[in-house]
Design a protein around this ligand. Structure first.
Ligand SMILES: [Zn+2]
Length: 270
């Protein structure tokens, strides 16, 4: 009898633990395919420009070796954007400068070509660690990295205005960065989640466009993000509408507005 109770208890406990693991949204990073494991995403030059801050101490405690951490997550971004290391479109990055800074904001990318940089603020680290939740800080830091490193490796669509005018080019750049972040699991992948902002148009960019792109990947083409990224090298002038038809087939239902409408109906927003 005792034995039976023990077995039952053990079973109940392990099922509980498993359920907890399943619902924990700060899950393990996505798996890297073998072909990317040895790819050199660029040398990392790590600088701590705010060593006196609490955020810096927290960062070093949780991420004692920033270089492999950044490189591994860079490979996850590359895997999401490209088929494999031999893809000729991959920008060859020589150096990724990565700095902890005590400034306003969260994180940003600077520079282009083969020398890029990412700043990450110690204030945001402190805020993300306010419940002393190590998993949450790792999840947030990786998510921010996915976004900023997408800017380092993504292609830049031509003939559709400039980033600064907030139009189709800007929407591609920021929508893809958040789309990669969702696809890598560092925004909640449930379309009902509060991580997904409700909006009337994909033109709002960032997560609004990012979740739309992720839905297209799940429902239209598993390589959608890769093909959409590649369309920036294949079309000139580029546009969201042309790129959708280029990737999914030149049919009226594959226009960007038609797909956006289909998406909103499918997830229950319309
Ligand atoms: Zn961005």
């Amino acid at each position: 009898m005792k034995k039976i109770i023990f077995v039952l208890l053990a079973a109940t406990f392990s099922m509980g633990a498993m359920a907890q693991l399943k619902v924990n949204k700060y899950h393990e990073p996505i798996k890297l395919e073998k072909k990317w494991l040895k790819y050199n995403p660029g040398d990392v030059v790590f600088r701590d420009e705010a060593p006196q801050t609490e955020g810096s101490k927290i960062y070093h405690n949780i991420i004692p070796n920033p270089t492999p951490y950044i490189q591994e997550n860079a490979r996850r971004v590359l895997q999401t954007l490209y088929y494999g290391p031999k893809d000729k479109n991959i920008p060859k990055i020589k150096t990724i400068n990565y700095s902890l800074v005590n400034e306003d904001g969260i994180s940003w990318k600077y520079g282009d070509g083969d020398n890029v940089g990412v700043c990450y603020t110690t204030g945001w680290i402190e805020k993300s660690f306010k419940d002393n939740d190590t998993m949450r800080l790792d999840y947030e830091t990786r998510g921010v990295l996915y976004h900023e490193l997408t800017h380092a490796y993504q292609l830049d669509p031509q003939g559709c205005g400039s980033y600064g005018d907030g139009g189709e080019n800007w929407c591609f750049i920021e929508g893809m960065a958040d789309g990669v972040r969702v696809a890598c699991g560092c925004f909640d992948q449930d379309f009902k989640s509060n991580d997904r902002p409700r909006a009337d148009t994909w033109r709002k960019g960032y997560r609004v466009a990012g979740y739309f792109l992720y839905w297209l990947m799940l429902n239209k083409d598993k390589d959608f993000l890769r093909k959409f990224n590649a369309s920036a090298a294949e079309l000139n002038p580029w546009s969201w509408d042309k790129a959708m038809k280029h990737v999914l087939g030149d049919k009226p239902e594959n226009g960007v507005e038609e797909l956006w409408d289909e998406y909103l109906h499918a997830i229950g927003d319309r």
